[in-house]
Structure formats: structure tokens, C-alpha cells
Design a protein around this ligand. Structure first.
Ligand SMILES: [Zn+2]
Ligand SMILES: [Zn+2]
Length: 133
């Protein structure tokens, strides 16, 4: 079982199955909520162990379609952990163990701030890549 949590520990979750993909989004929205590197997880493999009542949601407004969840105690961005979809993005920063995964690509590099230099060799896309809609 892979474990994860927010900064203060109020929210804890576990994954029965390792995520298969990790990527980094440089859009201003991901950057500001503090969840730029994400992993894709299956909802059936994800379970909130503690603190579901501590999770707040920042609802998406058009043109954005994804709600952002965060710990209401410490503010840690969690990804879309209350999603009703079959799979959803989870903030990689919250996972407490090494996944043996590396960043696969960077998206919305066009919105990346000038002060950030990308330090890996993963593919870069100015917007959302066509292969992952
Ligand atoms: Zn917290
Ligand atoms: Zn983004």
C-alpha cells in the first residue's frame, strides 16, 4: 500500500496500486495552487484513510474543468481527490513513498515563469499534449 498525506497530516490516503504516469503542468493555475507535478491514479485504487471532512474544494470556472482539492487545515494542494471520474490527477508532492516513477512530460511550458529552469529531459509541450486529453 502506498501512503500519502497533506503537510499537517489531517488528510491521509492510500493507493492500492502504483500510478502509471507522472507529469508536470506549468500553467499558472497549477503553479499557484502548488500542485504542478501530478500522477494519474485510478479511483478504485485510491482510498481516503483520514480527514475527508478536512478536504475543501476550489471549484473550476470556465474554461477550466478540474476542481482542486486542498487540506482546509494546512492548505496543501491534493489534486482532484474528490473526483467522480474513473481516474484523476493526484498531487505527487503528497505521496510519502518513492513511486519509482519519473516525470514523463511538461505541459503548458508557455506559461512557465522565467525564473524556473526545467531540470530534466522529459518532453516539453507549450500546451496540453494531444496524446493525453
Ligand atoms: Zn493538512
Ligand atoms: Zn495546470
Amino acid at each position: 500500500m502506498i501512503k500519502g498525506s497533506c503537510c499537517c497530516g489531517a488528510v491521509q490516503f492510500e493507493l492500492a496500486e502504483a500510478p502509471t504516469m507522472m507529469w508536470t503542468c506549468h500553467c499558472s493555475r497549477c503553479r499557484k495552487v502548488g500542485a504542478s507535478t501530478l500522477v494519474f491514479v485510478k479511483s478504485e485504487a485510491f482510498r481516503i484513510v483520514k480527514g475527508r471532512d478536512k478536504i475543501s474544494t476550489f471549484e473550476a470556472e470556465h474554461p477550466y474543468k478540474y476542481d482542486r482539492c486542498f487540506c482546509s487545515v494546512c492548505g496543501t494542494a491534493l489534486g482532484e481527490v474528490l473526483s467522480n471520474e474513473d481516474s484523476f490527477p493526484l498531487a505527487a508532492n503528497c505521496i510519502d513513498e518513492d513511486l519509482g516513477l519519473k516525470n514523463k512530460f511538461h505541459e503548458f511550458v508557455s506559461e512557465k515563469p522565467a525564473w524556473l529552469d526545467i531540470g530534466d529531459k522529459a518532453r516539453q509541450f507549450d500546451e496540453h499534449p494531444a496524446f493525453e486529453s
